[in-house]
Design a protein around this ligand. Structure first.
Ligand code: CP
Ligand code: NVA
Length: 336
């Protein structure tokens, strides 16, 4: 069984397949609707943090393919507080076909995946945001018709969104420059993981100079200076980050054809100006819409007939201590 926790867990070919499938599903949806590929399937959506895009796009994606999704608020679940993550995973797995969760601690999503009998999808943790990155890659792919060799510049706080973009850039052979102040740059472990994943194909540079990072970029990406859970640092961050604002002056150093992305919610006047967010190079709203299409592809792949949920190829690093399902080995042996 496969989960969707990190772009680094998937092969580049699988990710490309998901992007192509998202393009098809989007087209189909626009031409009158998707077939009921997940008829009767249910998705539980567990949230420890607020959400607009993730919650609504997952819910609509399930509806479009004949499935059903429901929201579980932090108050209801009390992940790791009212009840252990392992127990929640096993209880929910008895009711639904997949679990999507948004947590603070990345370990919580890993624990859910370790114990869940159904696929788990990462809807953002403090460490990464892989579904967002899939929508971002889809938006870039639609714009340029390719990913390999494109220059993605990320400006601002190196956060969960940056981690997933880094893994995406590594998987697709993109060039990535990161312009973040010292102390807010990607963790060496994330950079090392991306480098290993790219097997020499990742051209990544980290600098505290936003102008150097943005120069010649095909895609300019920014996100909030204060992520959910860091609210106590907001004042301190507001004093550090202004040189990293994506405004018209900074954008003028990117390629002329550059597009601007932001995962949203945006703090207009902080990390991005209105002129840029609403300007001709902005793709913020097509990008937000693409959450729907990218996630629908992930859901159909994980839950659809013959999908990854049936794969023999367990993601062992996430599930290594979990005993194999009874009978699975016999089935595999019979095939040989
Ligand atoms: N980009 C994103 O994940 O938005 P939400 O927090 O509204 O889900
Ligand atoms: N980095 C932001 C992303 C929100 C979608 C956060 O974690 O709050």
């Amino acid at each position: 069984m496969k989960h969707f926790l990190d772009l680094a867990d998937w092969t580049a070919a699988d990710l490309q397949y998901l992007l192509d499938s998202a393009v098809t599903l989007k087209d189909e949806h626009r031409r009158g609707g998707n077939p009921p590929l997940l008829k009767g399937k249910a998705l539980a959506m567990v949230f420890q943090k607020p959400s607009l895009r993730t919650r609504v796009s997952f819910e609509m994606a399930m509806q479009h393919v004949g499935g059903y999704a429901f929201y579980l608020s932090p108050q209801e679940i009390g992940l790791g507080k009212r009840e252990s993550t392992a127990d929640i995973a096993r209880v929910l797995g008895g009711y639904v076909d997949a679990i999507m969760a948004r947590t603070f601690d990345h370990q919580h999503i890993l624990d859910l995946a370790r114990w869940s009998p159904v696929p788990v999808i990462n809807g953002l943790t403090d460490y990464n945001h892989p579904c967002q990155a899939m929508a971002d890659l889809l938006t870039i792919y639609e714009e340029f018709g390719r990913l390999e060799g494109l220059h993605l510049a990320y400006i601002g706080d190196s956060n969960n969104v940056t981690t997933s973009l880094l893994m995406g850039a590594a998987q697709f052979g993109m060039k990535m420059t990161i312009g973040s102040p010292e102390g807010f740059q990607p963790k060496p472990a994330a950079l090392e993981k991306a480098r290993q994943l790219a097997r020499g194909r990742l051209d990544v540079a980290v600098t505290d100079d936003p102008l150097a990072a943005v120069t010649g970029a095909d895609v300019v990406y920014t996100d909030t200076w204060t992520s959910m859970g860091q609210e106590a640092e907001a004042e301190q961050r507001r004093a550090i980050f202004p040189p990293y604002q994506v405004n018209e002056a900074l954008l003028s150093h990117a390629a002329e054809h550059a597009i601007v992305l932001h995962c949203l919610p945006a703090h207009r006047g902080e990390e991005i100006t209105d002129e840029v967010a609403d300007g001709p190079q902005s793709r913020l709203f097509p990008q937000a819409e693409n959450r729907l299409h990218a996630q629908k592809a992930i859901l159909v792949h994980l839950l659809g007939a013959g999908g990854a949920a049936d794969d023999e190829d367990d993601q062992t690093e996430q599930t290594e201590k979990k005993p194999k399902k009874k009978g699975k080995k016999d089935k595999k042996d019979k095939k040989k």
